[in-house]
Ligand binder design. Structure first.
Ligand SMILES: CC(C)(COP(=O)(O)OP(=O)(O)OC[C@H]1O[C@@H](n2cnc3c(N)ncnc32)[C@H](O)[C@@H]1OP(=O)(O)O)[C@@H](O)C(=O)NCCC(=O)NCCS
Length: 170
């Protein structure tokens, strides 16, 4: 595989026609929900592209973190959610950082001085990246509750212990 630099990667808000490529290369049951939220003005689904192939994504949730424990402390501070880079061979090439800094630029331009994100207990490498980018703990412990429907139509409920970090954008 050729070496990839952050300059090779283009980041843009998801368009309807991108959903097919997203499903092919980065399958997730969350894409339609995130795109619907974007259409409603509640989020922006950012997609990182290497040529015609999506290689990462994250959502800026303009309405903030869904968890009440977090909202009680930081209110509706916009949240970066669903950060993901794939394939693994493209990690550590700056794509995750480029997605986060694009999200920060959007928030700075549009809504205000702060942005936050949640990181699951034990995801020490992601936490190290966020600290390096200037994120600091605001809520040391909350439960990130999320659900999905499997191929047989069964609902699965999850609750991941997480910390919520915030960056002052200045
Ligand atoms: C976290 C993630 C988005 C980072 O993307 P990335 O493109 O590798 O990020 P960058 O290249 O900008 O930065 C690399 C840094 O990310 C961190 N990192 C997080 N997870 C990592 C992983 N699995 N492999 C390598 N580095 C990782 C490290 O701090 C690394 O710095 P280092 O190279 O000095 O060790 C990516 O690793 C990923 O998709 N992980 C799986 C999903 C996930 O954990 N998402 C975060 C949810 S909070």
């Amino acid at each position: 595989m050729r070496p990839l630099t952050p300059g090779d990667v283009r980041i843009a808000a998801c368009r309807e026609g991108d959903l097919v490529a997203l499903d092919r290369h980065l399958p997730s049951p969350s894409h339609p929900r995130r795109y619907t939220r974007q259409l409603a003005g509640l989020g922006t689904l950012l997609v990182a592209w290497d040529g015609g192939q999506p290689v990462g994504h994250c959502e800026v949730r303009w309405d903030g973190c869904a968890a009440a424990e977090v909202r009680g402390v930081v209110g509706d501070c916009p949240e970066v959610n669903g950060l993901f880079v794939w394939p693994e061979s493209l990690r550590r090439h700056g794509i995750g950082t480029a997605l986060i800094t694009t999200a920060e630029d959007l928030v700075r331009d549009r809504s205000g001085p702060r942005i936050g994100l949640g990181v699951k207990d034990g995801n020490t490498r992601a936490a190290a990246l966020y600290v390096r980018l200037g994120y600091r703990p605001a809520v040391p412990r909350y439960l990130d509750r999320w659900s999905y429907v499997d191929q047989d139509g069964r609902m699965h409920d999850n609750a991941d212990p997480c910390a919520f970090l915030v960056k002052e954008l200045g």
